[in-house]
Write a protein that binds this ligand. Structure first.
Ligand code: C2E
Ligand code: MG
Ligand code: MG
Length: 417
């Protein structure tokens, strides 16, 4: 790796030996601007010092006084916008829960390292890291108002991106998931986590879903006219499922676009606890009777739960990306992944793995009975007019990179649980 004097790194550990070792390993990787601190307070002072503020912190978890977890909370209070690597002598599960906690604080975690740290493991984590620019992230939650969002929906500022879902066994592109974006005339592309909650809270989610759905159906019909038939999935909020006219609206939208209900997948996530489940259950059952496909999204998180599986006739189960990416090397994730997969199979549902980010995730999935995969390794979400071109290229990539692999699938899934 070439010299990286532009990048500022901080190593925080109470053991002088670890500080020395990690500084040396980082220097060998070309990082020459490395500061060290043996306690959290001193590290926070550096974070506050704009001239020395680090872009990456390697942080020990076990320290006397302020431990790593407390340090991370304070980092957030100090507006830290860089990345983090956790270093510890603790077992994998403890590291994992600390990592999850840090991610919940919206700090980017490159990964965790077990002591004694091997130069190879450190290299793997920093190799693909893109240092964040020297700006704080305070700008992120821009706080749009409901009126502005209503205007955006009306003015057609919301646009659909599509991310492919492919069959793991034969590479066939089975469908796409619609992911909405707001093309803001001033701020550029705004992502759904900044406005879906707002739409739900201010009674705008039906209008939003309707706009997304109509465009998705139109695009689906257009791909079919060009000879490629793809299922199209649309995300549906639990709030959509309280409007009793929803099944009728969606049925007429599909008919108007000339798309069969069987080609439309509705991905349901429960973002808030529903007290009264009667309306959602009625609506989902009616949608199923009309032959729309129902999918339980982000399975294993929040309220996408066993109770929903019991009550709703879903066709598809999407294992949340938090249990997919990295499952090949993490026992806990793997156990949750296989448990979800077994559930899907036992209930006769198709299983989709979300968050397939790299070749390791992909080859892990090939050894399982999971049906479909979706993630950056296959394709990032893209505008409608790029989908067919991408599908063509994917076919070539499938052959040239031999993504079909040579592993026999495991037949007995109980063995792998
Ligand atoms: P989701 O339905 O679970 O969609 C998957 C999210 O993961 C998308 O984020 C996608 O861009 C991202 N993703 C895909 N592959 C990878 C990967 O390999 N690694 C990682 N780390 N992420 C990946 P996006 O587009 O920001 O959407 C976030 C969430 O917003 C969606 O999660 C969905 O719950 C919601 N959403 C998006 N569009 C709509 C919509 O039209 N209506 C409603 N109600 N919700 C929507
Ligand atoms: Mg989804
Ligand atoms: Mg999901």
């Amino acid at each position: 790796m070439s010299s990286r004097p532009d990048v500022h790194i901080l190593v925080l550990d109470d053991e002088p030996f670890t500080l020395m070792l990690l500084s040396r390993q980082l220097a060998n990787l070309g990082f020459t601007r490395v500061d060290t601190c043996d306690n959290g307070q001193a590290a926070l002072e550096l974070v506050d010092d704009t001239a020395h503020a680090p872009q990456l912190i390697l942080c020990d978890l076990n320290m006397p006084g302020m431990d790593g977890v407390e340090f991370v909370r304070k980092l957030v209070e100090h507006g830290y916008s860089g990345s983090l690597i956790l270093v510890s002598g603790e077992d994998e599960r403890t590291l994992h829960s600390a990592r999850t906690l840090v991610q919940a604080h919206r700090i980017e975690v490159l990964g965790s390292l077990q002591k004694p740290v091997s130069p190879q493991a450190l290299f793997q984590l920093v190799e693909r890291w893109v240092p964040p620019a020297r700006v704080t992230k305070q700008l992120q939650g821009k706080g749009y108002g409901a009126q502005r969002l209503a205007l955006a929906i009306q003015a057609g500022e919301l646009i659909n991106y599509y991310q492919p879902k492919v069959s793991i066994s034969d590479g066939k592109v089975v469908g796409v998931e619609t992911l909405v974006r707001w093309r803001h005339p001033v701020d550029g592309m705004v992502y759904p986590d900044q406005f879906i909650g707002l739409a739900e809270a201010h009674g705008l989610i039906n209008a939003l879903t309707q706009a997304v759905l109509v465009q998705a159906l139109r695009d689906c019909a257009s791909w079919a006219r060009q000879g490629v038939s793809l299922k199209v999935a649309v995300n549906v909020s639990m709030d959509n499922l309280t409007a009793l006219e929803f099944p009728e609206q969606i049925t007429s939208a599909a008919a108007a676009a000339g798309v069969e209900p069987q080609s439309v997948v509705l991905e349901v996530t429960e973002s808030q606890l529903m007290k009264d489940l009667r309306a959602p259950l009625e609506i989902l059952t009616r949608l199923r009777l009309r032959r729309f496909k129902l999918s339980i999204d982000d399975f294993g998180t929040g309220h996408s739960s066993l109770a929903q599986l019991r009550d709703v006739p879903f066709h598809e189960l999407k294992v949340d990306q938090g249990f997919v990416h990295g499952a090949h090397s993490d026992e806990t994730l793997r156990a949750i992944f296989f448990a979800s997969l077994t559930l899907a199979k036992e209930l006769g549902m198709e299983a989709v793995a979300e968050g397939v980010e790299d070749a390791d995730d992909w080859s892990f999935l090939q050894k399982t009975e999971c049906d479909l995969a979706q993630g950056y390794f296959i394709a990032r979400p893209m505008p409608a007019d790029q989908v067919l071109d991408w599908a063509n290229k994917w076919g070539m990539r499938w052959t040239s990179e031999q993504l079909g692999g040579s592993f026999p699938k495991r037949r007995n899934r109980r063995q792998v649980l």
